[in-house]
Design a protein around this ligand. Structure first.
Ligand code: FAD
Length: 456
């Protein structure tokens, strides 16, 4: 067998890459990991983690409003963006250091450089020009925000820059209808920005259950987000009062910041993959099989760069499965069925399994159980907002196919429901589970009546 400088070179020290590097090293492999920006990757540095911290910050607004109904008088609450960002940065620094020390502990060599693939077994580190050989190469380069192509697009920010704004914009326009756009709309509205979300389709959060979409858009509106559907930003221009934003429906808005959250593209541009014979999809994603192997047997890819399910836990599982399979003699595949996800909008969505429309298309006869209710806390608070809980059940087998929750702690609730569903729980199993009272989640085990569509 040819002798290589490394058993494994990982390109990209994000969720998938770090896990794969650490596990491969634990199996005795000589591993190097290249990172061109910061160790931790998107999730830790400019994704899930800082996003959730900003979500927490934004929710105090509603909490202060709700406190009055419980007898609290809150003095003049003031928010300081710089303090939030400085504290967030400190936490991200701490996490990056923890990732670095984990890699060092496992004797993974961290190379702070952009890396490119130069062949089936060779990689070049751009900062020094050093070329190395590796038995295996793992592409774990993630994705990057899609840039706009409208005139003035360079005036807009993406989620990357949103985490580093020097001040809170008084007015912000966010383009996009996916979860990142919805989350940032909630963040900025909660922190006090006049927030407009512009989406090219008829309704945001395509692919989510229709009831969730209907209810979350209504609730976001009540929480101060103006959603403009069927519109795109056609031009941006600097004006004395900020930015002028022209929309395709003829409207013209003014804003202090414009954020584009219009999708993400896999990071493969200039990576040398095509020259090395690695097949890519039209959008640049690496084509892989269930073992995350590319069309070149020595090159694998995990995480967002493969455009399968762009979520951190998925990237981590794929990286782990790759390392165990290739270096640990314990082959297994990451299971992509029943992946729970959340949208940390305000209110929050938690969802797992099939939405009603997909379940109907796939299974035919399905039963729907759903309830909308005012969470206990909102009664004294005087908040006019309903929580939604919905179960989609296979009419033939009674198996719970989908669980959809909108409201406080939806993500926490759905994570637990996902365990039951992964075990194949039926509606009867949910019914047999004792309720935990008083909680919102108890509704998931106390819904008895099938939902009947209202007569036309
Ligand atoms: P990444 O974590 O993106 O890591 C790739 C790394 O490769 C980066 O550090 C990059 O700098 C580096 N790199 C790229 N090219 C090179 C090169 N040529 N040489 C060296 N280094 C290179 N997921 C969730 O599960 N929950 C959430 O709540 C959530 N929120 C998100 C919020 C935002 C705003 C964003 C943008 C993403 C969010 N995600 C969330 C998605 C999550 O961040 C990604 O799915 C996850 O980070 C993917 O991991 P990865 O290992 O594939 O890539």
């Amino acid at each position: 067998m040819a002798v290589h400088d490394y058993d494994l070179v990982v390109i990209g020290a994000g969720s998938g890459g770090v896990r794969a590097a650490r596990i491969a090293a634990s199996h005795g492999a000589r591993v190097a990991i290249a990172e061109e920006y910061r160790v931790g990757g998107t999730c830790v540095i400019r994704g899930c983690v800082p996003k959730k911290l900003l979500v927490y910050a934004s929710r105090f607004h509603g909490e202060f409003e709700d406190a009055a109904g419980f007898g609290w008088t809150i003095g003049s609450a003031r928010f300081d963006w710089r303090t939030l960002i400085a504290n967030k940065d400190k936490e991200i620094d701490r996490l990056e250091a923890a990732y670095r020390s984990t890699l060092a502990r496992w004797k993974v060599e961290t190379i702070e450089s952009r890396a490119v693939v130069t062949g089936a077994h060779s990689v070049r580190f751009e900062r020094t020009g050093r070329a190395v050989s590796a038995r295996h190469i793992l592409i774990a380069t993630g994705g990057t925000p899609s840039a706009g192509d409208m005139p003035g697009a360079e005036l807009a920010i993406s989620s990357n820059e949103a985490f580093h704004l020097t001040s809170l914009p008084k007015r912000i326009v966010i383009a996009g209808g996916g979860y990142i756009a919805a989350e940032f709309a909630g963040i900025f509205a909660g922190l006090g920005s006049v927030t407009t979300q512009v989406y090219r389709g008829a309704q945001i959060l395509r692919g989510f259950d229709q009831d969730l979409r209907d209810d979350v858009t209504a609730a976001m509106g009540k929480r101060g987000v103006t959603i403009r559907n069927n519109a795109t930003i056609t031009a941006l221009e600097k004006v004395s009062s900020g930015l002028a934003v022209a929309l395709s429906d003829g409207a013209r808005l003014e804003a202090d910041a414009v954020m584009l959250a219009i999708g993400r593209v896999p990071n493969t541009a200039g990576l040398g993959l095509e020259a090395a014979g690695v097949a890519l999809k039209a959008n640049g994603a690496v084509v892989v099989d269930a073992q995350s192997r590319s069309s070149v047997p020595s090159i694998y890819a995990v995480g967002d760069v493969t455009d399968r399910f762009a979520l951190t836990p998925v990237a981590i599982r794929e990286g782990h499965a790759f390392a165990d399979s290739v270096f640990g003699g314990k082959p297994w595949e990451a299971d992509h069925a029943l992946i729970p996800t959340a949208v940390f909008s305000e209110p929050e969505i938690g969802t797992v399994g099939l939405n009603e429309a997909d379940a109907r298309a796939k299974h035919g006869a399905i039963d729907i159980y759903k309830t909308r209710f005012r969470p206990m806390k909102y009664v004294l608070a005087g908040r006019d907002e309903r929580m939604l809980m919905k179960l989609v059940v296979d009419g033939a087998t009674d198996t719970v196919l989908g669980c959809h929750v909108l409201g406080p702690d939806a993500a926490e609730i759905v994570q637990m429901a996902a365990i039951a569903m992964k075990m194949g729980a039926t509606k009867r199993d949910f019914d047999a589970t004792m309720a935990l009272h008083p909680s919102a989640a108890e509704e998931l085990v106390t819904m008895r009546d099938k939902w009947v569509p209202p007569a036309a």
